[in-house]
Design a protein around this ligand. Structure first.
Ligand SMILES: [Ca+2]
Length: 110
């Protein structure tokens, strides 16, 4: 399963490119630009599973840092500040990681 099986390669390229400047990442705009917002719950789960590289069932902080690379290998790494802000936004139950339901909530907020 690749990101481009779920999302348009063109949309991914545009969305990743839009946040190439340091400290510019905005997950609501990103999820909207990449087309995730209009995807079925099943497709959102597929994307979650791709981002969960170690298949732990959660997106941890180290996976979140490389979230743009998960969409496109040319994506930049998020800064520690961006990573922590993104984790804080997504981690609703405060366990330090993002589960599939929390991820779906983030997408719904976009
Ligand atoms: Ca994980």
């Amino acid at each position: 399963m690749a990101m481009t099986d779920v999302l348009s390669a063109e949309d991914i390229k545009k969305a990743v490119g839009a946040f190439s400047a340091a400290e510019s990442f905005n997950y609501k705009k990103f999820f909207e630009m990449v087309g995730l917002k209009n995807k079925s719950p099943e497709d959102v789960k597929k994307v979650f599973r791709i981002l969960d590289k170690d298949r732990s069932g959660f997106i941890e902080e180290d996976e979140l840092k490389f979230v743009l690379k998960g969409f496109n290998p040319n994506g930049r790494d998020l800064s520690d500040k961006e990573t922590k802000a993104l984790m804080a936004a997504g981690d609703k139950d405060g366990d330090g990681k993002i589960g599939v339901d929390e991820f779906a909530t983030m997408v719904a907020e976009s």
